[in-house]
Design a protein around this ligand. Structure first.
Ligand code: ADE
Length: 358
């Protein structure tokens, strides 16, 4: 591969100088324990720093070491993740911790290539942990880095896929500072977060402004190229609130599904032209083998996920026939309102619980 960056040293010196003077004081900055760096990098994917901080601190209080994480039940890990979203991250962390205990003597592997073998270690996570925790000069490319490089090198193609993505990865690999790869990883991300912001880049105070092709060409607001947004579809989803005395019936979502391993008021997505009560009766029969009567509405909750939106319609229901069986759910329980606190629920179901408490 031919070099695409001819003044690499200038990029490195300017950005690292800026980083050492301007970096935010974050709980994982200066951390040397690989386990903690790993947790921070997983939480920071797709999630804002301000949201991550309290989760990070609580998670490490609950699971101070990799052994603690590996030994914990998945339910506890999901509970610590509740509200943070993208729950596959928590399931993968837990699986990876167990694999590290079994196969790597309890120590995180120290190279990018070995890290990639673990659940949840995609290109970004493996490179960020290898560089920050182990000083390996590999390029960690997240969305911040894609935006920064798209602007610095005036890449006009989509940098999230195809040729554009390859070009960013190649440039990022050339830029990595071999002396301070971990600081370099954090510095590029920090520049994206504090200066090279998506909508209002602060070019006037950017340490790389004299090197930035987008700025020189007046393209900083045009780049990175954003493909036209697809409209996200909307689905009606139903949930049954089935109460017997002071206990509610809850079900655990299959581990391999979206929100897998979380608990919910059972139900599911309506089929085209299906009424809400018909949908609920069908879903509860399929998932738990119960015939139910659908009563009054409890609440309706709107929620947006990354690629679609839902309205969750919750109804009070009564069992007409049958006892619960885990047919299409991972598990089920009867739990009092107080006991619900120890299970991890999606945000939507937490709102149903809030309504039930009123
Ligand atoms: N986003 C991803 N990794 C980060 C880090 N180490 N610090 C701040 N934001 C980040």
């Amino acid at each position: 591969m031919t070099n695409q960056v001819d003044n690499v040293t200038e990029f490195r010196t300017k950005l690292l100088d800026w980083y050492h003077k301007n970096k935010r004081d974050l709980p994982w900055r200066g951390e040397i324990l690989p386990y903690r760096i790993w947790i921070s990098e997983v939480m920071l994917q797709q999630t804002q720093v301000a949201t991550v901080i309290p989760y990070y601190l609580r998670f490490l209080e609950r699971f101070p070491t990799l052994e603690d994480l590996a030994e914990a039940p998945l339910d506890d890990v999901l509970k610590a993740w509740e509200g943070l979203g993208y729950y596959a991250r928590a399931r993968n962390l837990h699986n990876a911790a167990r694999k590290i205990i079994d196969k790597f003597d309890g120590e995180l592997p120290e190279t990018y290539v070995d890290l990639r073998e673990l659940p949840g270690f995609g290109l970004y996570t493996a490179a960020s942990v290898a560089s920050i925790a182990f000083g390996e000069p590999v390029a960690a490319v997240d969305n911040n880095v894609k935006r920064v490089i798209a602007r610095l090198f005036a890449i006009e193609q989509d940098v999230k896929q195809g040729q554009g993505a390859v070009q960013v990865q190649n440039i990022a690999a050339e830029l990595v500072d071999p002396e301070e790869p971990g600081h370099w990883t954090e510095a590029l991300i920090e520049l994206g977060a504090l200066i090279c912001a998506p909508k209002k880049p602060r070019c006037g105070i950017c340490p790389l402004n004299t090197l930035c092709q987008a700025r020189l060409q007046g393209l900083q607001l045009e780049l990175p190229f954003r493909p036209p947004k697809k409209r996200s579809p909307h689905y009606d989803v139903t949930a049954a609130v089935i109460r017997q005395e002071d206990k509610f019936l809850i079900a655990q979502r299959p581990l391999d599904s979206m929100l897998g391993g979380l608990w919910e008021f059972p139900g599911g997505k309506c089929q085209p032209d299906e009424s809400l009560p018909d949908c609920l009766r069908r879903e509860i029969q399929e998932e738990l083998g119960l015939d139910i009567e659908v009563g009054e509405p409890v609440t309706a909750i709107k929620h947006s996920y990354t690629h679609f939106k839902i309205t969750l319609h919750a109804f009070y229901c009564r069992i007409e026939e049958g006892t619960p069986q885990a047919l299409e759910v991972a598990d089920w329980r009867w739990a009092t309102l107080d006991e619900l606190d120890s299970y991890a629920f999606p945000r939507t179901d937490l709102k149903i619980i809030e309504t039930l408490r009123q």
